[in-house]
Design a protein around this ligand. Sequence first.
Ligand SMILES: [Zn+2]
Length: 249
Amino acid sequence: MSSWNDIVSGTRYSFKALGDLFFPRRCAVCEAILTCDEQNICNDCHTDIPYTRFWSWPENPAEERMWSKVGIESAVSLFFYRYTGSYGHILHKFKYGCNIPLGIEVGRDLGKKMALGGRFGDIDAIVPVPLHWRRQWSRGFNQAEIISRGVAEGFASQPEGKSITVIRSLVKRTKKTATQTRLSGKEKVENVKNAFHVNQKVASRLLSKGINHILLVDDVLTSGSTLAACATPLMKYFRVSVATIGFVE
Ligand SMILES: [Zn+2]
């Protein structure tokens, strides 16, 4: 005899199948129609994701890039990101197409790999790089926050992992900065200088709870200027590591 839960989950599955029939969901990378079991990326594209393997690679290229700017602990990115490559669609569709489940899915993938890689076992809390309130208001969400939620879920889902809280009240972006894309290296550093402010009260409360190592999360690691500008005031209180979905070579 089927239990109530089986009936409910069976019904949900049928609704999903019915929805897929009329409004087929498509793979964020290759646009192929997804099967009911596939979430946002088809199995073929998932197998071919250009993973960095930085989670089990000490002194990886993300760390070398960050260390040239600021003395963080470790850094990790999920995949090699090219603006024009098909895997670039993942971040584009998530960020500008408001595909939140896609953002959670890639965040979860990163969190799982970090837990399995064993280099991030002493992370105490996750902090998303904040957007200026006006940009967040116009976009409707902060992409780093969605990824952070996924990373926390992925971390907690592994036997090697643990439950880690996402903290949003620790850092504020007090300066509305121009988009970094078209700026030179020097301009990027100037643009984000002093853009972030740490709430001292929140910092002291976290320290008193034994939170010492923060994982700072953003969508892409390009020059590292934004992450360095955000990590710098945090490092007066905490050890800081960095995690992103994309790594621009
Ligand atoms: Zn695909």
